[in-house]
Write a protein that binds this ligand. Structure first.
Ligand SMILES: [Zn+2]
Length: 80
């Protein structure tokens, strides 16, 4: 069973659907019993949607995207 740290580490890959079925199952298993991680995943997924929409609408202030990419990695705006 994955622990919180492991689960949060895989968060991006999970959202990008880059995990193997086995890894995904572990994450899902952890999420079903851990509300902390559930909240983090939900927040992250929603944040991605908001950022993507705003980026497409060109509504982000200069430098904001760069800061986000530093936090979340370059793939945040990639479509999968
Ligand atoms: Zn957890």
């Amino acid at each position: 069973m994955a622990d919180c740290q492991e689960t949060l580490n895989e968060l991006d890959r999970f959202l990008d659907s880059e995990l193997s079925p086995g890894d995904k199952e572990e994450i899902m298993g952890h999420l079903s019993v851990c509300t902390d991680c559930q909240g983090a995943f939900q927040f992250h997924a929603e944040l991605r949607e908001v950022v993507k929409k705003k980026a497409l609408a060109d509504e982000l202030p200069d430098g904001f995207l760069d800061r986000l990419k530093n936090c979340f990695g370059d793939q945040i705006l990639d479509d999968h």
